[in-house]
Design a binder for this molecule. Structure first.
Ligand code: NI
Length: 228
């Protein structure tokens, strides 16, 4: 499932983050790429240990902690500390699949995280730059994603994806991975659709007796499929 989550960060938060990212210490993005993806990758990145990355990452994690849509869609078990990248002057990241397991080195000992879901949060508006589309291939076809600043896209970590060359302006974003309580994308999608239906029914008919049973079905499916 590919999901657009609008307004993860407010306009004020985005403006503040962006101003600070523009003054940040950017490094060659290839330092964190694997052998194969290094050949496709051409961008700049903040070091994982950069205090600014830690601070802005914390802001993003706080916002996600309050975002009901994110929780319902991702059913997060662990979230990798957000990373930050920038593309300009024709930089791009050709088609690749992200590593299946990442080690979170912000904790001791480093903790493995299975990348069930990938996330990209945009800090620049589509009008600020040309190119830079995030192109994602999944079982339903090819999707081109370029979202307003503050919005985020969630997509399966197993997807083949690329960032197309940025031919004007700068594209800054945060990217990270989520290990879900429900590993399988199809099951996670079913749970999300059931959850959304229950929320909509609750808003329309808060006293419907079927709600108790439907909510029970949701939790019992989650119990069957969860691995925590
Ligand atoms: Ni990637």
């Amino acid at each position: 499932m590919l999901l657009h989550i609008p307004g993860v960060l407010s306009a004020d938060q985005v403006a503040d983050c962006r101003a600070r990212l523009e003054r940040a210490q950017w490094n060659d993005g290839r330092v964190t790429a694997g052998y194969q993806s290094a050949k496709a990758k051409d961008n700049r990145q903040l070091a994982e240990t950069d205090p600014l990355a830690r601070e802005l990452g914390g802001l993003i994690l706080d916002a996600l902690g309050r975002n009901a849509t994110f929780f319902a869609a991702a059913l997060p078990l662990r979230i990798y500390p957000p990373l930050f990248n920038a593309y300009a002057g024709g930089q791009a990241f050709g088609f690749h699949v992200d590593n299946a397991v990442r080690y979170d080195r912000s904790v001791t000992p480093p903790r493995p995280l299975r990348t069930d879901l990938s996330a990209t949060l945009f800090f620049c508006d589509p009008d600020d730059y040309d190119g830079g589309d995030l192109v994602i291939e999944d079982s339903f076809g090819t999707h081109s994603v370029k979202l307003p600043a503050g919005d985020m896209v969630l997509y399966p970590g197993s997807s083949l994806h690329e960032v197309q060359p940025v031919t004007r302006g700068v594209r800054m974003a945060s990217f990270f991975w989520i290990q879900s309580m429900v590993r399988d994308d199809t099951r996670r999608r079913l749970l999300f659709e059931l959850d959304v239906s229950i929320q909509q029914l609750t808003a329309r008919m808060p006293d419907a007796p079927e709600l108790i049973q439907l909510t029970g079905v949701y939790h019992n499916l989650l119990r069957q499929w969860t691995d925590v």
